[in-house]
Design a binder for this molecule. Structure first.
Ligand code: ZN
Length: 639
């Protein structure tokens, strides 16, 4: 994902079936399954396990059931079923990989070359510079930002600021349309792939005795069933709808009266008008704000937040030390960090790699963390192997050697988010690798640790610390700071609706929809489902040609199938968790809550039931919706 090449793709395609095969073999091992069941049934062996081990056994048994272990038992037709089940797994893995590669290739293949700079009016200078570089790397011109030509591309660091800022409505529409039908025709058409994936998931769920793939997916999660997930989404929908409607009205009025912009607003207008609206309300654009957000200082601040709140010390491992330790990274810009307890003995807790800059030619877009090494204690020696995490972002690289990378505020919250995932992986105290760090954490609880961290970026104290002008070193002006702090409240209703749309669409496709395949009589296509759901959640109607599903990698290329709701579900918990800090009135008590958070949510990993983790940290069951609505400025909408 950070070093794409034809050779690596070939290697992955070669080993992937073997990986699927061996994980199925492990998941379907009757010897292992029988041993675990016996362990569970024998009171003596069971009581000899600690609580964490018991949960690992229970989760393993559940996982093996979902891996089709039962098809290995003697019984009529079981051998057939096992063969089919395994075929499904292998095919699903192939299709997901193909899906992701299609999206990546289609993204790379598109470039709209612009030769007249006036067409790009409104685009910030940093974007124009980047677009000249894109044109150059595609064989047009020599990268001169003033003379051009410029290339508009579909990778997020270009597409997002372009759609937000470019005044040329026709050009915005053309690029929007290209993006919305990405990977939906020719050799890279993902529609048949999606239908096949959905059919296979449905078949797999039926074989395992579930009414739908959604029901299967939810059985492994904290929410436990589809109805609970839907109920949470619906609660947020009801609370948000009035605000979202009002926001769209305001935007439309603003477009008409202030911008002389045609209405009704179309999908390629909302981001642009929204950004103008923001600039008008707050007087600052995202680009102007980015002049105060310099990468090294933001990182330092993030580490200070971690020190202050959780009592850990993060430092960069310099190249000499890397060499001594035999560490080699995959790119010269990749940094290595070490995490120590901030106590007297400075115990080494973890390491992580940071790969921060966008490299569209070989790196997938977006931001994520992943596991390199999981913490474990060797049972015979008692020695601890410390965890190592990968942290991957896609922010703009430095423009030159003398100018550091400047971040959009959104890049900052993304950085805090991914670091939150890393913290959960790195600060675990669990000794068993099956459940230490993020291993085994329920999918809809795992975003709590990440979204929790985002909140710090909005705190005046930390904003003061991180924001200084990249040239003059002056602190961020007071009113700009206010802009940043209020930014998540601005148009929050519409943003929430967008997420609710993805989440409800995902659940619908995986519970009620019958996919179109050869022997199906389905009258609805996947795009029809998208449009049907949009009637409720998209206040600006999507265009008939919208084929966004073909690049919805979360649910077809990644692990979020019947799980996209997790973001909002987790956010309820993360906001409510952060409220525990906000409720404190002294630095000491805040720090106490921060340590408690480290000792529960960040420490327990997947070894404790999330409901119990929550109870221990928050001191109560259940989650309250107020904090999330308050953080998003949506509270008044419910009153
Ligand atoms: Zn995340």
């Amino acid at each position: 994902m950070v070093k794409d090449s034809p050779e690596l793709r070939k290697a992955i395609e070669t080993v992937q079936p073997m990986i699927v095969k061996i994980s199925l073999q492990m998941g379907q091992s009757l010897e292992l399954y029988d041993a675990l069941i016996k362990m569970q049934q024998n009171e003596r062996t069971w009581e000899a396990l600690d609580k964490e081990q018991q949960r690992i056994v229970e989760k393993t048994i559940q996982g093996m059931k979902l891996s089709g272990v039962a098809f290995g038992l003697e019984g009529e037709g079981n051998a057939e079923k096992r063969k089919r089940f395994n075929e499904i797994q292998e095919r699903k893995a192939q299709l997901s990989l193909k899906f992701s590669n299609n999206v990546q290739d289609a993204t790379k293949a598109y470039a709209k070359i612009i030769t007249d700079k006036t067409e790009l009016e409104g685009c910030p200078e940093s974007l124009i510079k980047g677009m000249a570089k894109h044109a150059q790397s595609r064989g047009h011109g020599d990268g001169d930002a003033d003379l051009g030509p410029w290339a508009i591309t579909l990778d997020a660091p270009t597409l997002v600021p372009f759609i937000m800022n470019c005044k040329n409505r026709d050009l915005r529409e053309a690029v929007y349309r290209a993006n919305i039908k990405k990977a939906s025709d020719g050799d890279r058409d993902n529609e048949p792939i999606i239908n096949e994936i959905l059919s296979l998931r449905e078949e797999e769920a039926a074989m395992l005795g579930f009414s739908s793939f959604g029901a299967l997916s939810l059985s492994k999660k904290m929410a436990s069933n589809v109805d609970t997930a839907k109920e949470v989404l619906n609660r947020l929908y009801e609370a948000t709808l009035p605000a979202a409607k009002q926001e769209l009205n305001e935007l439309t009025e603003f477009a008409k009266n202030q911008l002389n912009h045609p209405t009704p607003l179309r999908p390629w207008d909302t981001a642009f008008v929204g950004e103008e609206f923001r600039k008008d309300r707050f007087k600052y654009s995202a680009d102007q704000i980015s002049e105060y957000l310099v990468f090294p200082r933001v990182m330092d601040t993030l580490f200070e937040v971690a020190k202050d709140s959780f009592g850990i010390h993060v430092s960069e491992v310099d190249s000499a030390e890397q060499k001594r330790a035999g560490i080699t990274a995959w790119n010269k810009d990749v940094k290595v960090y070490k995490v120590q307890d901030d106590g007297l003995d400075k115990t080494l807790l973890a390491y992580f790699y940071g790969d921060f800059y966008s490299r569209s030619e070989e790196k997938k877009s977006g931001a994520w963390m992943d596991v390199c090494v999981t913490r474990m204690k060797d049972p015979s020696t008692g020695k601890v192997r410390v965890p190592i995490a990968y942290m991957i972002c896609n922010q703009p690289p430095p423009m030159s050697d003398s100018e550091p990378s400047r971040m959009k505020f959104q890049d900052v919250t993304t950085l805090f988010h991914e670091f939150g995932h890393c913290l959960q992986h790195m600060l675990t105290t669990v000794d068993y690798p099956q459940a230490s760090g993020i291993k085994g954490v329920e999918w809809d609880f795992v975003e709590v640790a990440s979204q929790f961290m985002e909140n710090f970026a909005y705190e005046p104290q930390w904003l003061d610390r991180m924001a200084r002008h990249y040239k003059t070193d002056e602190p961020m002006p007071q009113d700009m700071k206010k802009t940043v702090m209020q930014s998540r409240e601005c148009l929050a209703g519409l943003a929430m609706m967008r997420q609710l749309h993805f989440a409800t669409l995902d659940l619908e496709l995986h519970t009620n929809y019958k996919p179109r395949n050869q022997d199906s009589t389905a009258t609805e296509s996947i795009f029809d489902v998208d449009r049907r759901m949009a009637q409720k959640t998209c206040l600006v109607p999507p265009i008939p040609e919208d084929r966004f599903l073909c690049s919805f990698s979360h649910i077809f290329g990644g692990g979020y199938a019947a799980g996209y709701y997790s973001y909002k579900y987790s956010e309820l918990y993360s906001a409510d968790a952060y409220a525990a800090l906000e409720e404190q009135d002294s630095i000491e008590s805040r720090q106490r809550v921060g340590r408690k958070y480290r000792d529960t949510v960040l420490a327990y990993g997947g070894a404790t039931d999330p409901k119990q983790v929550w109870r221990e940290f928050r001191g109560r069951d259940g989650v309250q919706v107020d904090a999330l609505l308050r953080h998003s400025g949506l509270q008044s909408a419910t009153a």
